[in-house]
Design a protein around this ligand. Structure first.
Ligand code: PBG
Length: 333
């Protein structure tokens, strides 16, 4: 008797796809609102909403209205919000010292959401770009080079300032060497042992960040680029080294950023390390989907859910996305 490998017609992979119930039963991944982290932009004032032109559908909100957004997110099942401040121009300086002000916009937003008693995690970005007059994520020397170690000292101060205000997850997005270990040590010493660190571990020098820089008001200020610290899109091995180092330095979870063009990195990180991996579907990716919808190139709900599913399939524990509120509401239907 010779062995015949099972093949058509005994095997028809279309059988399990033939009905809605069967597709539901065989789905390998599922989306839920708990997969989502919702980035929100904060601005000065009261009862303010400032739409962001390059991010249609996304606005900056004053602190009072951020609390309303937070409540909407919680009601939709979103477990965590990522906050970004649009610092007033007169509070930006070369040393970005406003990042250390306990009453800066970020800290006031953190406290307002916590004071509202909402059961939601607050993830706060650590990097100096919303506070510097030159738009770089760190301190620069005379040549404009972002200096590493002095920047790390400033980032430690920024992280402690956010933790003291009530941040739950510190998310360094600056890509300086050694910052995760330095921040972890400072958090332990200052009584913030349970404050998590989500490291922007593999963050690429990407053309997809443009609308975000508009949103936090740093785009027009930035001279040059961020290539001396953000990674080359050509590199995979370096991403794995970055992740390994951040884990060794004490990161609780790691992030890959941007998202869709880097799903291969997500998958490699997930396969290589036993650690929660998040992806940031960044502003330019959001804008691309909205632009496609605006010209009739696709259906919004389907594009949003399909791209989010791709993150799950690649191995993500969760995704930061500007579509979070809409997506969470769609998932609940
Ligand atoms: C700042 C920061 C950036 C983003 C998150 N944190 C921009 C940058 O590095 O220039 C981008 C997010 C997005 O594009 O949605 N360090």
């Amino acid at each position: 008797m010779s062995f015949t490998p099972a093949a058509y017609p005994a095997i028809r992979l279309r059988r399990t796809r033939a009905s809605t119930w069967s597709r539901a039963m065989h789905a390998e991944h599922r989306l839920s609102p708990a997969d989502l982290i919702w980035p929100l932009f904060v601005t000065e004032g009261k009862q303010v909403e400032e739409p962001i032109k390059s991010l249609p559908g996304v606005s900056r909100w004053s602190v009072d209205r951020i609390v309303e957004r937070a409540r909407e997110g919680v009601d939709a099942g979103i477990p965590c919000l990522a906050l970004f401040p649009n610092t007033q121009p007169d509070r930006r300086s070369d040393d970005g010292v406003e990042a250390l002000n306990p009453d800066n916009l970020m800290c006031r937003a953190i406290r307002a959401i916590k004071d509202a008693g909402l059961d939601v995690g607050l993830l706060t970005d650590v990097a100096l770009d919303p506070y510097t007059a030159h738009g770089q994520d760190g301190l620069i020397d005379e040549a404009g080079y972002v200096v590493n170690d002095a920047t790390v000292d400033a980032l430690v101060g920024q992280a402690l300032n956010q933790a003291a205000a009530g941040a739950d997850i510190i998310a360094p997005s600056d890509m300086m060497d050694g910052r995760i270990g330095a921040i972890r040590e400072a958090l332990e010493q200052e009584g913030h042992a349970n404050v998590q660190i989500m490291a922007y571990a593999a963050k690429y020098a990407s053309a997809f960040y443009g609308p975000f820089r508009d949103a936090v008001g740093s785009g027009g200020l930035l001279k040059g680029n961020k290539k001396s610290y953000q990674m080359d899109p050509a590199n995979m091995g370096e991403a794995l080294r970055e992740v390994a180092l951040d884990i060794a330095e004490g990161a609780d979870s790691v992030m890959v950023k941007p998202g869709l063009p880097y799903l291969d990195v997500v998958a490699r990180v997930k396969d290589s390390f036993n650690i929660p991996v998040f992806a940031y579907q960044v502003s330019g990716e959001y804008a691309m989907i909205e632009a496609a919808v605006a010209v009739g190139a696709g259906e919004r709900e389907a594009l949003v859910l399909e791209t989010l599913m791709s993150f799950k399939r690649a191995g993500c524990t969760g995704v930061l996305t500007y579509h979070a509120l809409d997506a969470a509401r769609l998932m609940a239907r």
